[in-house]
Design a protein around this ligand. Structure first.
Ligand code: SF4
Length: 503
């Protein structure tokens, strides 16, 4: 059995590399635009989606005969230069930025993945996590242990279908998708390309976003709408959960490859809270405006007398604006963020861990000293960074620190494409709110309840996944998958919730 202090001690040093937030799985982009520089358009598109994954980047383009794929580890700007982009010509293409949630962080798992089978070449890029990868792997021609990621297994299933149906001429990839997609479980927003089309797919729950845009002389698919803006495309609409869109020389066709009874919209609520760019549109709502409303709800639900409202940069700032507007307490900057920092080192000592936090955030003393602060953040996942930040504010002279979080306690791991670590790494899975307040060293602490969070999105009846807040998983999680990340906290005393989990 793990004691609570041991559980807290085990909170990962990864906390320092990302401000203690869960990491997004990927961003995808696709463009069909004959006569345009599609490689450059893909570059701009995935550049706008860089926040969704920083481990690797890749682009695949098709000239109607052959696919060219360039992918490598690193940021979009370091993977591609003018020479690489010059090689990426054609009429259509797809792009990808990756953060690994299944498969290792290695070149072999960079996307798009590419296959050449039975006179059909195709490339595939994936945002999300399949939950039945192990089961699917047994259905492919791969030898046991050969699959390096869920995307790899997906590509293999498509290849097997193409191999077994070589005479399915004209819409080979479409046919393979119609056969394979219903077998997939979990979260998957996909873009694919072959010699004549670009295809977008959203899983039946629509866990991850995917939208369609109109370009002068073409069409664009993207994880988030700002990637349309950056290439000059007009937003058309979000793809429906369970929709497949095929773009070719005849225009855009919408297909429904999944059984009707599997369609159940469950967009990840953390896309609204933290993951998506503030200038994105989700469920027809502005993400920035939703985050401001979350702050207003927080002020309504958890008022406090204070001198200054400040947000934790960058993602806590819109909710801090909302808290300030609703409460009438002035809004100001209390922390300065180093904008040029990438991943930080794994610090071996507490002193070095605190320095690593200071590399990212430094207090603005003249705004803090002697003041009662309301500090607004969007979430606390592991808590190490938040605790170090509170200590910094105290050392800078803050008279009081009142922490307000614009989402409920994060208690359960995500199986649908976010890396949150195991349950033992989640602060709120190991402590109640009073204990967290003590651990962080704040004068008061309040989280936004789920009903207020959903109301603040502006689309309360649209359908959301909130499994990491409730333990209610909309798509069942195979025993071997959940036991790998759930076992330790159960020993701390949450067995009842485990039993309540859908499976
Ligand atoms: S479990 Fe949480 S992070 Fe994962 S998809 Fe659901 S709401 Fe999003």
């Amino acid at each position: 059995m793990m004691r609570k202090d041991e559980a807290v001690q085990s909170l990962s040093d990864r906390d320092l590399s990302d401000g203690g937030k869960p990491r997004e799985a990927c961003g995808v982009f696709g463009v069909y635009a004959p006569g345009k520089a599609v490689g450059h358009l893909c570059y701009l598109g995935i550049f706008a989606l860089q926040h969704r994954g920083q481990e690797s980047a890749g682009i695949a383009t098709s000239d109607g005969q052959h696919l060219t794929v360039i992918r490598d580890m690193g940021l979009v700007s370091s993977v591609f230069d003018d020479r690489a982009l010059a090689a990426l010509d054609g009429q259509m293409g797809i792009g990808h930025t990756r953060y690994s949630t299944t498969g290792s962080s290695a070149w072999k798992n960079a996307q798009p993945v590419f296959r050449d089978v039975s006179h059909t070449q195709f490339a595939l890029a994936h945002n999300g996590n399949l939950t039945n990868t192990a089961e699917l792997a047994t259905q492919t021609s791969m030898l046991p242990g050969m699959a390096s990621s869920d995307t790899d297994v997906m590509a293999e299933l498509l290849s097997d279908h193409l191999h077994q149906n070589p005479r399915c001429v004209g819409h080979e990839l479409e046919g393979a998708l119609a056969a394979v997609l219903p077998k997939l479980r979990g979260a998957f927003s996909l873009v694919l390309t072959d010699s004549h089309s670009v295809i977008g797919v959203r899983d039946p729950n629509g866990f991850r976003p995917l939208c369609l845009g109109r370009l002068d002389g073409g069409w664009v698919l993207a994880s988030e709408s700002p990637a349309l803006d950056i290439v000059g495309a007009a937003f058309v609409r979000e793809l429906d959960p369970g929709e497949m869109v095929v773009i070719d020389r005849d225009g855009v066709r919408s297909l429904r490859p999944f059984p009707e009874d599997r369609i159940d919209p469950k967009l990840c609520v953390f896309e609204f809270v933290y993951f998506a760019r503030p200038d994105s549109q989700l469920y027809g709502q502005s993400v920035h405006a939703a985050r401001v409303r979350m702050g207003e709800q927080l002020a309504d639900q958890a008022p406090v007398e204070a001198d200054l409202v400040m947000g934790v940069p960058d993602s806590g700032i819109p909710a801090a604006e909302g808290y300030s507007r609703k409460s009438g307490i002035p809004f100001g900057q209390g922390l300065v963020k180093n904008r040029y920092i990438g991943r930080t080192f794994i610090a071996p000592s507490q002193e070095l861990r605190e320095m690593a936090v200071r590399m990212k955030l430094n207090p603005l003393r003249e705004n803090i000293a002697g003041r009662r602060l309301v500090v607004v953040d969007d979430s606390i996942v592991r808590g190490t960074t938040t605790r170090a930040m509170v200590k910094m504010l105290r050392e800078a002279g803050a008279a009081e620190v009142h922490m307000r979080i614009s989402s409920p306690p994060y208690r359960w791991p995500c199986f649908y494409g976010m890396d949150t670590g195991t349950r033992s790494e989640l602060l709120a899975a190991n402590m109640d709110v009073g204990e967290i307040k003590e651990y962080l060293g704040v004068d008061s602490l309040s989280y936004l309840p789920l009903d207020r969070l959903i109301a603040a999105t502006g689309a309360p009846s649209a359908g959301f996944c909130s499994a990491c807040l409730t333990g209610d998983y909309p798509v069942s999680i195979p025993v071997e998958l959940r036991s790998s990340v759930l076992e330790e906290p159960a020993a701390v005393g949450d067995v009842g919730q485990l039993e309540g989990m859908s499976s």
